[in-house]
Ligand binder design. Sequence first.
Ligand code: PBG
Length: 326
Amino acid sequence: MAGFPEVRPRRLRRTAALRRMVAETHLRPSQLVLPLFVGEGLTEPREISSMPGVLQHTRDSLRQAASDAVAAGLGGVMLFGLPEHKDAEGSGALDPQGVLNVAITDVVAEVGDGLTVMSDLCLDEFTDHGHCGVLDPDGWVDNDRTLEIYGQMALAHAAAGVDLVAPSGMMDGQVGVIRRALDAEEHAGVGILAYSAKYASAFFGPFREAVNSSLQGDRRTYQQDTPNRLEGVREARLDVAEGADIVMVKPALAYLDVLSAVREAVDVPVAAYNVSGEYAMVEAAGAHGWIDRDAAVMEVLTSIRRAGADVILTYWALDAARMLRD
Ligand code: PBG
């Protein structure tokens, strides 16, 4: 048996230096985007019980969080606004003094070009029924009437100085409508990060608490169905054809195969959203001592990169940047 086996992959795993040298995947703070929530009229930051460590920010604490993101070398922030008053049309989304539009202005003023400022472009935070668009008399989310509002919302975000708008409502044609609206008003420089393959997912659960959502019913008539991979690729291709600068797959962990297929199919950067439920799962198990929380965080983020994500939206962005530095 001398000399057998001839091939020994374990040789390259013998020392930490060898393992580091042959690592195929690298994670850098500049690839991470931190989602941030800001609550209209909040005087104190408010904790989100299902997302320990994540806050609903005040105007001031939001600026501080954005400047922490710059100091950590993150790629960007994704802003979500929580209005005090909601209505059926989500009118707070278009008000120039509305919470998200003000937040964009504040954060851009704080960070300059120190990071990429992105905005979630959707109506669900602003509607009293919690859907991503406006409803017709039968309660169906009205695609084309919603598109008109998305176009106006994009202009409000652009006027506030956003770098990339991120339409997340899964309305057909949303990227094209937003691109045309921006271009018609001399905002050709504002880009679109499209939530392209977005699935109706149980992993968005804690996000509902984070944005005070009172969703009536579910999102299955517009968000994608879990069994479908090709459909995710198709949505991503359509978004690229409509002018998306970056496409995104969401959630990440339960859809790594979709992420990998989308990475193969398009030639723009691909992002993945490591969502609230993925965060809560690891935090809860870590808090019980059932898993090593820090190791699990890095394993999750590395696996999302390995599957093909160029950019990762994650509530762990600051923590992960710290771990990468140490
Ligand atoms: C829609 C939006 C959602 C999330 C990001 N943008 C919720 C949804 O579509 O149901 C979820 C993010 C997360 O769970 O972390 N505005």
